[in-house]
Design a protein around this ligand. Structure first.
Ligand SMILES: [Zn+2]
Length: 319
């Protein structure tokens, strides 16, 4: 028998097949045809699953299917409320549909929660009981592990990107304002850097984009800051200051042994780790700050699909 993991994202979908102990046997990354609608996307996923089994020469005897998807969702009922980056995915019994298609029990959970679970079972958090995972990319997602298991609350716990840092701050995708996501996500870093680009013509960002502010990305801000660009550094440092405050808040509440900072914004690791570590040390009670390690993810972009495999193992009582 085998375990199947599926991570459905706004731009790509990853499928992975693992042995009954969760060791990955093979995986495949597919583009997500975002506008095609759920039926077409699910049909194409199941075809690719059959193809992956054939190419690995593994019999298609599936013990369980774990599905990772952006929230909000209802993990107990396997239903998606809606998916922020995929149009038409609303109020969908995703676990049942995939279970019927592939003839195996299926479970659904939030991608960031599963990324945290993947890291704790197979990645940087092995052996850790309490961990918080921050996914800092276009938005900011999060997952919480308590006692070695995902903490789900009523189903959508761990929205660390939407805890409030600056009550009167910039408006957020969630409808509120001053959330961590509105201050430290890749989108927010780029937005801040664009806002005053016209007044900073000496900046590398201005040179690289020819003054076209729309071309500025968070990755460019990090690179320019690393090259000593004052304007880029001020934007970057402000975003990292707020990220450090956000990590300090969560550490104060949960006292975890480990915080993992993943996602595209954390790729320039030193530029993220140093300010965040400093702020956590300065602004958190010392007993809590001393206890917490801050690490990059070990599984990278495979964390959610690996967590989907761990979800099946959890449901089958193997972990
Ligand atoms: Zn928000």
């Amino acid at each position: 028998v085998s375990i199947l993991g599926i991570d459905i994202g706004g731009t790509k979908t990853t499928i992975a097949i693992a042995d009954p102990d969760g060791r990955m046997l093979g995986k495949q990354v597919l583009g997500t045809a975002r506008d095609a609608g759920p039926q077409v996307i699910i049909e194409s996923i199941s075809e690719q699953v059959h193809a992956l089994y054939r190419s690995l020469g593994v019999p298609e005897n599936i013990e369980g299917i774990g599905i990772s998807c952006g929230g909000p969702l209802d993990p107990d009922r396997g239903r998606i409320a809606f998916v922020p980056n995929i149009p038409g995915w609303e109020d969908l019994a995703l676990a049942d549909i995939i279970s019927d298609k592939l003839c195996a029990p299926a479970w659904l959970d939030n991608d960031a929660t599963l990324a945290a679970f993947g890291e704790v079972v197979f990645g940087a958090g092995r052996g850790v009981m309490n961990l918080v995972y921050f996914q800092v990319s276009t938005g900011i997602g999060g997952g919480i592990i308590i006692g070695g298991k995902p903490y789900r609350g009523c189903g959508n716990a761990g929205e660390v990107g939407h805890h409030k840092i600056l009550p009167d701050g910039p408006s957020c995708t969630c409808g509120s304002s001053g959330c961590l996501e509105a201050l430290s996500s890749g989108t927010s870093i780029a937005r801040e850097a664009r806002s005053a680009l016209a007044n900073n013509t000496e900046s590398l960002l201005y040179r690289w984009t020819g003054g076209e502010s729309g071309g500025v990305t968070a990755e460019m801000v990090a690179r320019a800051a690393a090259e000593g660009d004052g304007y880029a550094a001020s934007v970057w440092e402000r975003a990292m200051f707020y990220l450090g405050i956000g990590v300090s808040n969560i550490v104060s509440i949960l006292n975890p042994e480990l915080v993992i900072l993943g996602g595209g914004v954390t790729r320039s690791w030193r530029q993220v780790y140093e300010p965040v570590r400093r702020i956590v040390d300065e602004r958190t009670m010392s007993e809590l700050a001393r206890c917490v390690r801050i690490l990059p993810p070990a599984l990278g972009e495979d964390a959610p699909v690996t967590g989907a495999i761990a979800l099946v193992m959890e449901k089958l009582g193997k972990i």
